[in-house]
Design a protein around this ligand. Structure first.
Ligand code: ATP
Length: 236
């Protein structure tokens, strides 16, 4: 069953049509990758799902309910959590304080502490750096913190916008391993990536976005073997 469904979504920036009626779905338990070049509309898609930018037409259905009219801040409480492009952790706060902010839907202090401990077990680098100021973490560590913070709300679906951006190959590998672990632990994942090869290698299915339109979809393994995708996105 689809946990998230995007139907014929159109988004404009002024007169520019950034999304030209895109439709896709993410089933419960899947990792779905949305791949595409710079400017294809990946971030716009994520932001319109999370209600951070207005939708011109079409709709987003989450867990059977149209969420077009629900304010963005309520979506976290409903089980949706996003890690935005560029990580955006609170630079002046410590790792611990950043994680604490991810728990704003949880009121039970003991539970919050347990959840932080769980995140620090999953991300030992964060555990070792609980009192470090987030702005002094490396790019990869900040990405981990952004993911850890998003996971604090125990989302049913995690939306990740370019988690590999600007990271060294070692960290990219680590981040993708964590995404797979999060998925295995039961969280559904929508993964937006320019690193098509990595994204498709962990995904169940994929969609290819080109200038605001979905031009191809299929099982991730089939997309990895598709000649036109290999040429355009996989550098083969
Ligand atoms: P990238 O990988 O470079 O982040 P993307 O696939 O995420 O690209 P978007 O950021 O969604 O692409 O951009 C889609 C299109 O919308 C681009 O042509 C971009 O220039 C345009 N766009 C994005 N944000 C705005 C904005 N605030 N105002 C005007 N145009 C915008």
């Amino acid at each position: 069953m689809a946990l998230l469904e995007v139907k014929d979504l159109q988004v404009y920036y002024g007169v520019i049509r950034a999304l030209k009626g895109i439709s896709f779905h993410v089933d419960q338990g899947e990792i779905v990758s949305l791949i595409g070049a710079n400017g294809a509309g990946k971030t716009t898609t994520m932001q319109s799902i999370m209600r951070l930018i207005p939708i011109k037409s079409g709709c987003v259905v989450y867990d059977g309910n149209e969420i077009n009219k629900i304010p963005g801040h309520k979506l976290v409480g409903m089980g949706m959590s996003q890690v935005p492009e560029g990580r955006r952790v609170f630079q002046e706060l410590t790792v611990y304080e950043n994680l604490l902010l991810g728990a704003y839907t949880q009121k039970d202090k003991k539970k919050i502490k347990e959840d932080i401990d769980e995140i620090c077990t999953r991300f030992p680098r964060l555990g070792e750096r609980k009192s470090q100021i987030a702005g002094t973490l490396s790019g990869g560590e900040q990405q981990m913190l952004a993911m850890g913070r998003a996971l604090m709300s125990k989302p049913r679906i995690l939306l990740l916008d370019e988690p590999s951006m600007g990271l060294s190959p070692l960290f990219v590998g680590e981040i993708f391993k964590i995404i797979e672990e999060v998925s295995k632990a039961g969280t559904t994942v929508l993964l937006v990536e320019q690193n098509a090869k990595k994204a498709l290698s962990i995904a169940d299915r994929g969609y290819v976005l080109e200038t605001g339109k979905i031009v191809k979809t299929g099982k991730a393994a089939d997309l990895l073997n598709d000649d036109s995708i290999k040429k355009a996105y996989l550098g083969e």
